[in-house]
Design a protein around this ligand. Structure first.
Ligand code: ADP
Ligand code: MG
Length: 730
């Protein structure tokens, strides 16, 4: 083993857990201590300011400038008690992750000294020099102005010595340049549309919330092993590496005992998460070795998404303290599971009703079925778009691999709901939908079993599974901003609910009773989805791909082509009608998507080329030279060609194999460089991304001979930590 790799592996293996100094208080005591939440607002603001701010948060009323000044003053006082010296607008540009530019509170006091200052203007709005953020050409570099504006619905928090203010990021001319702006618009759209439908059942409903509960999967790799892998460092995934003899076959990692170094990391993440007001709930080992998961209690989608962004940052920082690097890439290792971020999504009213869970009585159940069916209709209509909303260069490696949702969006309902829907198609429209067991006589009723809430009917192969009181959008990538998927889903559902309400109104205007009107509109919708987007079978099979095509579901697997969905007429109509995106915004965002795709693949291709030439081929040469040495020695000892041939057979065969593999790698790398040169000359972002799609595919072909070399080259000479080391040391 090369000295370097040997030492690194030894050192990594010997590392011990770094024990966390846990607070002596209970978590519920320090929960949210770094967040300017309602409790802090009450303590640090006067009554009038507090009331104005709450009115702004809850009802969207604008905050007068003078009030903003008072809010800023209160925040500053609180922050300085936590030794905060800086403030930043914290936003989510179209790159991955969050962006921040820190400004010190420090100002001249005009009396020859210095003073800490923070006012309403700096709280409400900033103008970062934003020319380097992707905008898809909306904001040409010469007029670089972009604005960040405070989102009062997401609480301000402290990170280290900095007060972080969650903001939206928009261009000078008002177009969204971030994830948060459209998410917020979609939340309003789905609330407005859902309220109209809810009022058929309960006139008291004023607002509907979209809830999000994310499940964040990730890998941990020892930082020294990571540092010895240029591909992990620069692309977040291994571009090469033969699979380990043992990987996840034994299923012994899933829910297994958490290794102690990892456990300490998790503890610290939880402590920091709680301090930042993130209600973390679940932690466990995932299926692949060194893969783990973290999930909070669900919450309002905008806040929950901010918390996901926050925790991704925190986890990355805390991992380093424990000698790990945290991988959020969707497919860091070939041959074992990749990482997703399941987005559990539901709708609920301000009166406390979860709209995707069975109700208390027949009417409640009808409301549930109404929302359930309309969501599925939206998912069916926009299935290609929903897939596009989770498509990225990195998630592409995970989708359709044999452990993740296929590149086809369908929905698993489970026996119970499938039966309920089928039954509804058969019975008269005024048939009550009852929870079984609540009534003595069940003849003629459509029943939802009482055990439904705890129904554990599951299907891991479904990208959009119903799980009792919510849908679980499982196709979202682990590194993604949830807002991409959530915005699309909210908007699609809003569009459908509006259409549904209009149809019901029409039936009622014709004199039908509400429940009959609702059922009459629902029936053809149920018929249209039940054998189309609804699919309870195994999504991993090839038969499903054929079947899905027959059902008219989108089966495109090329990511740059998936993005075309965003500018198709039905999409533009849906997003414009719901007020979520304008056509120019959609077009600009697609430019960004194609460009990002291209750049990601370009970086991978470069890294692949250099590692092949600088790491792999030299290692193969070194082994070749050893073999040649042996052969030369054998020639002197066995001068008779017959003896020599017998003695040197294995060495010669190996030598030839290695030479062939080296040749194969070199030819393919050369071809890839040429393909890149040609692709780089293309101006059109879409065409360029398509050219890079072919290059991405060619990386697999280069990888194959490299992985074969790893199998035959002397272990001592192999320069890169192997899968068995990366995945089994923790
Ligand atoms: P699973 O068994 O699916 O892995 P987890 O417990 O890991 O479940 O995560 C489930 C996630 O779904 C949690 O974040 C949980 O809070 C969230 N969740 C539960 N009910 C709802 C709901 N009605 N709406 C949105 N999210 C929900
Ligand atoms: Mg889950």
């Amino acid at each position: 083993m090369s000295k370097l790799r040997f030492d690194v592996v030894q050192d990594a293996f010997k590392k011990k857990a770094i024990l966390v100094d846990a607070p002596t208080e209970r978590p519920s005591k320090y929960f949210g201590e770094l967040v300017f939440n309602r409790d802090k607002m009450r303590r640090y603001l006067d009554v009038a300011t507090y009331n104005d701010l709450i009115d702004c948060i809850d009802n969207g009323h604008p905050l007068p400038r003078t009030t903003a000044d008072k809010v800023a003053e209160g925040m500053k006082t609180w922050a300085m008690e936590h030794h905060v010296t800086h403030v930043t607008h914290w936003f989510q540009p179209l790159t991955e992750g969050t962006a921040e530019k820190h400004d010190a509170f420090m100002e001249y006091d005009q009396k020859g000294g210095m003073i800490e200052q923070f006012d309403g203007k700096s709280l409400s709005q900033q103008e970062p020099d934003a020319s380097s953020f992707p905008s898809g050409g909306i904001r040409a570099t010469f007029e670089a102005r972009g604005y960040t504006a405070w989102d009062p619905t997401s609480p301000v928090f402290i990170q280290d010595d900095t007060l972080c203010i969650p903001t939206v990021f928009i261009s000078y001319t008002g177009e969204a340049l971030d994830y948060k702006t459209p998410l917020k618009k979609s939340l309003k759209a789905v609330s407005d549309a859902a309220v109209q439908v809810c009022r058929l059942f309960d006139p008291k409903v004023k607002k509907v919330f979209a809830y999000l509960g994310w499940e964040q999967e990730y890998f941990l790799v020892d930082e020294d092993l990571y540092a010895a892998r240029p591909d992990l460092m620069l692309t977040g995934r291994t571009l090469m590496g033969h699979e380990s003899s043992k990987n996840q076959q034994l299923d012994d990692h899933y829910f297994g005992a958490i290794p102690s170094r990892v456990m300490e990391f998790m503890k610290e993440v939880e402590i920091e998460g709680y301090r930042h007001g993130i209600p973390l709930k679940t932690r466990h080992n995932e299926v692949a070795p060194n893969q783990f998961e973290l999930a909070p209690i669900y919450g309002e989608a905008n806040l929950s998404n901010d918390q996901n962004q926050m925790i991704m940052n925190l986890m990355q920082q805390i991992a380093r303290k424990h000698g790990f690097v945290l991988l959020l890439h969707e497919k860091p290792f070939a041959g074992i599971n990749g990482s997703g971020k399941h987005n559990n999504w539901s709708l609920g009213t301000d009166t406390g009703t979860l709209l995707l869970a069975p109700g208390k009585d027949a009417m409640g159940n009808l409301q549930f079925v109404t929302f359930f069916v309309n969501v599925l209709v939206a998912v069916q209509k926009h299935n290609a778009l929903l897939k596009a909303s989770i498509a990225t260069a990195t998630n592409a490696h995970r989708l359709g691999a044999n452990e993740a949702p296929p590149a086809i969006i369908s929905s698993f309902l489970g026996h119970t709901m499938t039966n309920v829907l089928r039954k509804l198609l058969e019975v008269p429209s005024d048939t009550p939908i009852e929870i079984a067991g609540k009534r003595g006589k069940s003849v003629g009723l459509v029943e939802i079993p009482e055990i439904f809430i705890d129904n554990t009917d599951r299907n891991r192969t479904s990208p959009f599974a119903f799980t009792g009181n919510r849908f679980e959008f499982r196709a979202v990538g682990s590194s993604a901003n949830c807002a991409g998927a959530m915005t699309t889903l909210n908007a699609a559902v809003a569009e459908q609910l509006t259409a549904f309400k209009a149809a019901v109104d029409k039936e009622m205007a014709a004199g039908k009773q509400m429940n009959i009107a609702v059922m009459d509109v629902l029936k053809p919708l149920i018929a249209s989805i039940i054998d189309t987007v609804c699919f309870d079978g195994n999504g991993y099979t090839d038969e499903w791909k054929e079947e899905a095509k027959r059902r008219g579901l989108d089966t495109e697997t090329c990511v740059p082509l998936m993005f075309d969905e965003f500018t198709k007429p039905a999409t533009i109509k849906m997003f414009e009608q719901t007020g979520v995106f304008t056509r120019p915004e959609l077009e600009a965002r697609n430019e960004v998507k194609w460009e990002t795709y291209t750049k990601k693949v370009q970086i991978e291709a470069r890294v692949m080329g250099r590692m092949a030439i600088n790491h792999i081929i030299p290692a193969a040469f070194a082994y070749k030279s050893r073999l040649l040495g042996i052969l030369t020695q054998q020639k002197t000892i066995y001068p008779d060609p017959k003896d020599y041939a017998a003695m040197a057979a294995t060495e010669t065969e190996l030598l030839e194999k290695i030479t062939r593999l080296i040749e194969d790698i070199r030819t393919k790398c050369d071809a890839m460089v040429e393909a890149r040169k040609a692709a780089n000359k293309i101006d059109d972002e879409r065409e360029k991304a398509l050219a890079y799609y072919d290059i991405a595919e060619s990386l697999f072909a280069i990888r194959r001979p490299i992985d074969k070399l790893e199998e035959v080259v002397d272990n001592d000479l192999w320069p890169l930590p192997k899968y068995r080391e990366l995945l089994f040391i923790n």
